[in-house]
Design a protein around this ligand. Structure first.
Ligand SMILES: Nc1ncnc2c1ncn2[C@@H]1O[C@H](COP(=O)(O)OP(=O)(O)OP(=O)(O)O)[C@@H](O)[C@H]1O
Ligand SMILES: [Mg+2]
Length: 493
């Protein structure tokens, strides 16, 4: 017998038994009822081979919606859209898509590792006690899971884990994502609705794929990070001139991974304690963005599935210690528009794969620098009919002008450079001349000094000679003066 029929048959047997039990209760004394109740339950469990588990919508009071219930609701939603005849629809995800779930009192079959199970939805309704003109009804919804008792272990273990995991993943996929910004030490949020995607990002296909792969590997690597004992987070540094797509790429990352964004404004944070508090309040599956980073930060406060993205216009000015691997694991340069990047923009903005003007644009993009933001500006519709040629010509005009400006600027710079080097040369020459003069002067002075010293010496020698003569000294012909008396004394020793 097929399991679905078996569930139906068992269901009708139960209904008959319940009816007979109601009749019995009405006509039997209470003690007999109690006795019968006890033994009938045992007999019933013995005969009825199925286990039933209820998952109520609310647990722990009226205001706490059970997480298991909402995960099951999402999980069953994907199955009930093909099986159930009555469905409930809800509009979620930026009000752009409809999400279905099974209506009350519907049933859906499921299969796990070859085991068949059945889910049913229902609700308990009780009238509220309050006296009111419009009496309120109190609905308690639930899902009931029925399966054969021989599969108890599999269902209570692996199957329920699978349902909760998949249900939560569906919930994350369907949820409205948020963009948080901090004012002081508090986060405020709005719905995140940026349309950027990696398909529309103007960048070389190969580099784009490398980044997408890196992100996907990160987001599915929970077990890996746990195994190697590292916090499940990854740092990216996006650098490049303004208008090259750094912020656009962050939005595309968030859309790819279904993450929230926390845009951290560091200038609004007072101290490290406040920073730590903000980081600890960020949720898992999020991107923490720090734009225009220029100082070192302690980001050890947050754990779990998080990307930390830093941006800067001037990577060369950053402290190497700040951008080392571990802090910023992947460095991505966003630069001026290449022809390949332009082709992406032309496809997005003009739905053009090729055009005879592309060749000229390719040539010009190879010769001059223009940011994707500027290129995109020229591809915006210029006429009501949206004529692509007008946009491409506008871009060519701008590129030609940019090229001319660049040539003029280069010439201007070359002239400046020439002037500067001529100035430096003249300065050096003047300096050398000055030094030469100084040297000549010094030599002149030295000569003068020498001759006056010689003059002094000769007059001193003359004086000495005279003196020596007077004192009985004589010249030995070598300019040395001998004292006759001393010599005689010396020999006598
Ligand atoms: N690589 C790109 N792909 C697609 N669009 C782009 C790209 N770069 C820039 N743009 C367009 O230009 C606009 C400005 O780009 P974006 O804000 O991402 O630049 P940025 O690098 O973050 O600049 P800044 O350094 O000033 O913050 C975007 O809204 C987008 O329309
Ligand atoms: Mg930016």
């Amino acid at each position: 017998m097929n399991p679905a029929d078996m569930f139906t048959q068992v269901g009708s047997v139960i209904a008959s038994v319940m009816f007979a039990w109601a009749m019995f209760k009405q006509y039997c004394p209470y003690s007999v009822q109690e006795y019968f109740d006890k033994y009938s339950k045992r007999a019933f469990t013995f005969v009825y081979p199925y286990i039933q588990i209820s998952f109520n919508e609310f647990t722990g009071g009226r205001f706490m919606r059970s997480e298991a219930y909402s995960a099951i609701e999402n999980y069953l939603g994907s199955r009930s859209s093909t099986q159930a005849k009555r469905l409930k629809a809800d509009v979620v995800k930026n009000n752009q898509s409809v999400v279905l779930s099974m209506d009350d009192y519907e049933e859906v079959d499921d299969e796990f590792q070859g085991v068949k199970l059945r889910w049913a939805s229902g609700k308990h309704i009780s009238k509220s006690q309050s006296v009111s003109f419009y009496p309120e009804t109190d609905e308690k919804k639930y899902y009931k899971l029925t399966f054969h008792k021989r599969h108890r272990q599999l269902i209570l273990g692996d199957y329920l884990n699978h349902v909760l995991k998949e249900g939560n993943e569906i919930k994350v996929r369907n949820r409205q994502r948020k963009l948080y910004t901090n004012s002081g030490s508090y986060w405020r949020h709005v719905v995140f609705q940026h349309p950027a995607s990696f398909e529309t990002l103007a960048m070389e296909a190969e580099r784009k794929q490398e980044i997408v792969d890196d992100l996907v590997i990160f987001s599915t690597a929970e077990d890996f990070y746990a195994r190697i004992g590292r916090a499940w987070k990854r740092g990216y540094l996006l650098f490049g001139p303004p208008g090259t797509g750094k912020s656009t790429m962050i939005a595309a990352m968030a859309n790819l991974l279904n993450y929230d964004i926390y845009d951290l404004e560091l200038t609004a944070v007072k101290d490290n304690t406040e920073l730590r508090k903000l980081l600890m309040e960020t949720t898992s599956r999020s991107i923490i963005v720090i734009e225009d980073i220029d100082c070192s930060l302690d980001l050890t406060a947050c754990r779990g599935e998080r990307l930390i993205v830093f941006t800067t216009n001037f990577v060369e000015k950053l402290d190497p210690a700040l951008i080392r691997k571990g802090r910023m694991d992947k460095h991505i340069e966003l630069s001026y528009c290449s022809f390949e990047a332009f082709q992406v923009l032309a496809k997005n903005y003009l739905r053009l794969e090729s055009h005879r003007l592309f060749a000229r644009i390719q040539e010009l993009l190879g010769e001059t620098k223009m940011t994707p933001a500027e290129v995109a500006e020229h591809l915006m519709p210029k006429t009501i009919t949206g004529d692509a040629k007008v946009c491409l010509e506008s871009l060519i005009g701008a590129l030609e002008k940019a090229k001319e400006d660049a040539i003029l600027k280069a010439e201007e710079e070359a002239k400046e450079k020439e002037k500067e080097s001529a100035r430096l040369k003249a300065e050096e020459e003047a300096k050398a001349e000055e030094e030469e003069k100084e040297k000549a002067k010094a030599e002149e002075e030295a000569k003068e000094k020498d001759s006056s010293a010689a003059e002094k010496d000769s007059s001193a020698a003359e004086n000495a000679k005279k003196q020596a003569k007077d004192n009985g000294f004589c010249d030995n012909g070598n300019g040395e003066l001998n004292n006759k008396e001393n010599k005689q004394e010396g020999f006598s020793h």
